[in-house]
Every structure is written in structure tokens, then in C-alpha cells.
Design a protein. Structure first.
Length: 299
């Protein structure tokens, strides 16, 4: 998929299992929205094949539309329309819609049902967008950054709702740049960067490091110059040390008490006071950092 001479999605191959939650994860501009819009039939790929529920999203649009739900990043409601009017309008377009009042209550839209769309907060607009995508009881829902701009409560409600949809057999495809969201929700995660797929798997498969562990060291004041090299030397050959920011480092190495003890001794010898020293599984952020050399949340 290209916009003029700008390639947005390049040779991406992915399939989604029925009744699962799939997360397409990547930094801004990675090509997530373009991928979704291509599946939704809004964009025609210059090359390749797209099949959604076995149908061509452009040629078979009429058959496909009633079977899918779409939550766009920009929502797509008129600026003056009241939240509940919009939801009711969408529900009337479907043969067997959900109970509109129940859905609105569930998504916390009860209080702002009479508020014009343009006056809704970002989080409320997101909730309405999600309600509009779900009201037609779709078999498959595409949700683009469903929790962007939501408060923690809204985010948790959305996660619950998406999990319930999966339990009811609905297939969910979401894009996100929140690692936590992908780890919490997804059965399969596809990490894309600059239009290309860089890793795919379940969160466990992607973060499993076998005998490799990650130690995170956060200190109370900025590391002295040369700290990364010095710690690496202290830990030995098979250990990798990455400076995450001026007060935190990530050590990837053998998952044993010796590694932790060596880090702790290095702190003592270098007069560095740890704020926290934790041993854990690699996170999706570590995976992303390894694959791209960049931190996902900050690119
Ligand atoms: N309509 C457009 N015209 C030209 N370039 C575009 C257009 N839409 C997207 N792009 C470019 O294509 C690339 C992929 O964009 P896309 O919106 O798919 O990324 P994204 O991963 O969804 O990003 P974000 O997280 O910011 O929504 C980006 O470099 C973007 O600038």
C-alpha cells in the first residue's frame, strides 16, 4: 500500500484466527491504520490479496459490511449529533442490533447521551465510536486505537468488553501502540514498523527468553559516564547492557542469582544507589527495542 511514492505497508502477510483477539502493534506511522483500512475496504492495495471472512473487502463490500464492525480513529460522527441519536441511527441500519440503552450504559455513555458529539471528551468520543462498531453484533470488529485518550477506568471497561466479545465468538482486530494493551488482551500480536512485519506470535512466545532474563536497574540519580560499558565488563561476555534513559538500564543475560548479585555489587563499587532492581520476563517493549533499536512508547 502506497500513498503516492510513500510506501505505507510493504509486503505484510498476516492472518487472524476466528474468535481471537489480534493486536497490530507499532509506533506512529508504522502502517497500522493503513492495514486496517485496507481490510475494511476503504483502501485498495496496489499489490497483494486481502480476504476478510473469505470476501474481497472492495468487490464484495455489500456482503461484508453487515458482518463487520469498524471503529475508526476519527470516529466518524457528525459534529452536532447527540451521542445517543448517533448510536440509535447506526443501530437502525442493522437487522439485529444490540439493545442500544444497555450498550450505552455499559460503555458509560448514559450521562452524555444528549451531548452533541463535538462537546464529548476524547474518551467519550472513543466510547461512542466503540459502541457504534459493536451495535450491529458484528462477527468481526476492527478497532483502531480503541483506548487512546481514555482514562484508566474507560480503558479497563473497554478491555473487559473486548474480552467478552471474544468469549461470544467475535473476532477482534485492534491496533495499539500501548504495549500493555497488547500484552493484556491479545492472543496474537503482530509488531509492525515502517510498514513491515517485524515479529508475530502470542505475547508469551514473543517475550519468552528461555534461560535469558531481564534485569531492570533504576537508580536514584543519573549514571556516571561510562556506566554501561563498566557494568557490561563486570557482568561478562554473554550479557547485554542497554541504557534506557539516564537513570535506567536493562541487562539481558543468564537468569540466575549471580547476575543479580553482580549488578548489586557493581552498584556498590560505583557508588550508585538502586531505586529498584527487578528480574523479570522480557516485556514486549524489550522485544521491540531488540528488533528496532528504538523504544516503542517514545518513537
Ligand atoms: N492519506 C495519506 N496520504 C499520505 N501519506 C499517508 C496517508 N495516510 C498515512 N500516510 C503515511 O503512511 C504511513 C503509515 O501511516 P498509518 O496511518 O497507517 O500509520 P499508523 O501506524 O496507523 O500510525 P498512528 O499510530 O500514528 O495512527 C505514515 O508514514 C503516514 O505518514
Amino acid at each position: 500500500m502506497a500513498y503516492g511514492d510513500k510506501t505505507a505497508v510493504d509486503g505484510l502477510t498476516l492472518s487472524v484466527a476466528e474468535g481471537s483477539i489480534t493486536a497490530v502493534l507499532g509506533p506512529n506511522g508504522a502502517g497500522k491504520t493503513t492495514t486496517l483500512e485496507t481490510c475494511e475496504g476503504y483502501r485498495k492495495p496496489q499489490q497483494g490479496t486481502v480476504r476478510v471472512l473469505g470476501l474481497d473487502p472492495i468487490a464484495d463490500r455489500k456482503q461484508l459490511l453487515p458482518r463487520i464492525g469498524v471503529m475508526l480513529q476519527g470516529q466518524g460522527a457528525w459534529s452536532g449529533v447527540r451521542a445517543m441519536e448517533m448510536l440509535k441511527h447506526i443501530s437502525r441500519l442493522h437487522a439485529h442490533p444490540l439493545d442500544v440503552d444497555e450498550l450505552a450504559e455499559r460503555l458509560g455513555l448514559g450521562e452524555c447521551g444528549r451531548t452533541p458529539y463535538r462537546r464529548l471528551s476524547g474518551g467519550q468520543q472513543q466510547r461512542l465510536g466503540l459502541a457504534m462498531a459493536l451495535v450491529g453484533r458484528p462477527e468481526l470488529v476492527f478497532v483502531d486505537e480503541p483506548t487512546a485518550g481514555m482514562d484508566p477506568q474507560g480503558r479497563r471497561t473497554t478491555w473487559e468488553l473486548l474480552r467478552e466479545l471474544r468469549a461470544d465468538g467475535v473476532t477482534v482486530v485492534l491496533t495499539t501502540h500501548y504495549l500493555e494493551e497488547a500484552e493484556e488482551l491479545a492472543d496474537q500480536v503482530h509488531i509492525i514498523d515502517r510498514g513491515r512485519m517485524i515479529a508475530s506470535g502470542s505475547p508469551l512466545e514473543l517475550t519468552r527468553g528461555g534461560a535469558t532474563a531481564t534485569v531492570r536497574l533504576v537508580v536514584t540519580k543519573p549514571f556516571p559516564p561510562g556506566a554501561r560499558e563498566s557494568l557490561r565488563k563486570a557482568l561478562g561476555e554473554d550479557t547485554e547492557v542497554t541504557l534506557l534513559d539516564e537513570r535506567s538500564m536493562r541487562v539481558t543475560g543468564r537468569a540466575d542469582p549471580t547476575t543479580l548479585a553482580k549488578v548489586s555489587r557493581w552498584c556498590e563499587e560505583n557508588d550508585v544507589l538502586p531505586e529498584s532492581l527487578t528480574l523479570g520476563r522480557r516485556s514486549l517493549e524489550d522485544v521491540f527495542l531488540d528488533l528496532t533499536g528504538e523504544k516503542l512508547e517514545h518513537v
